[in-house]
Design a protein around this ligand. Sequence first.
Ligand code: SF4
Length: 220
Amino acid sequence: MPLRRLREAGYEPVAWYGNPNIEPAEEYERRRTGFRDFAEDTGLAVIEGSYDPEAFHAAIAGNEGIFPCVEGVSESLEMREQRQERCRRCYRLRFTRLAQTAREQGIRAIATSLSVSPWQFTEVIAEELECAATSLGLVSLFVDYRADYPEATRLSRERGMYRQNYCGCASSRREAELERAARRAARREERHVEHGATETEGTVSRTSALNPQGTRDADG
Ligand code: SF4
């Protein structure tokens, strides 16, 4: 969707693919292959950055914690702030490299498709993109694409594109696992409650059919 919107606005983007945050390496390869196929299908020029996870770990040093956001249980403010700080550093690393590449290539404006995801920190993305752009005399073309998320999801399914189930880093992978486990447990609990209610109703009706007064008559 960001590609379509930029083209509609009269830009012909050059994509920069630089994700040292993605782990493990097999996942990086999977996403890169999917992106290359997409770029080929849509006639998008691509420049690839280096894959050096150690740079990512250095960037987030001290903020590598795991902060799951479990549905139904509000994430504590402290956890949210820690997660946000980790992601801010991750955006900063990638946008700084993006801006450097743009400068080297003589490109005057930078943008990001990250803001299509409702799971990201949109305001932080806007701040970090602006900061990376202005520090090198470039223009930030930040757009909040979240309203396009359902359409982007539909199109990627239609194209049979690889769909990731976590953001990228090892912490986000573990967070997603914990969140999925919490959702499964909540569904099990719901089913258990529903099943328990049905059992109770069944028992009552069977008892009623046999003995409308319950056990009192049987007792004498
Ligand atoms: S959750 Fe995503 S944005 Fe945040 S640090 Fe991990 S890879 Fe980067």
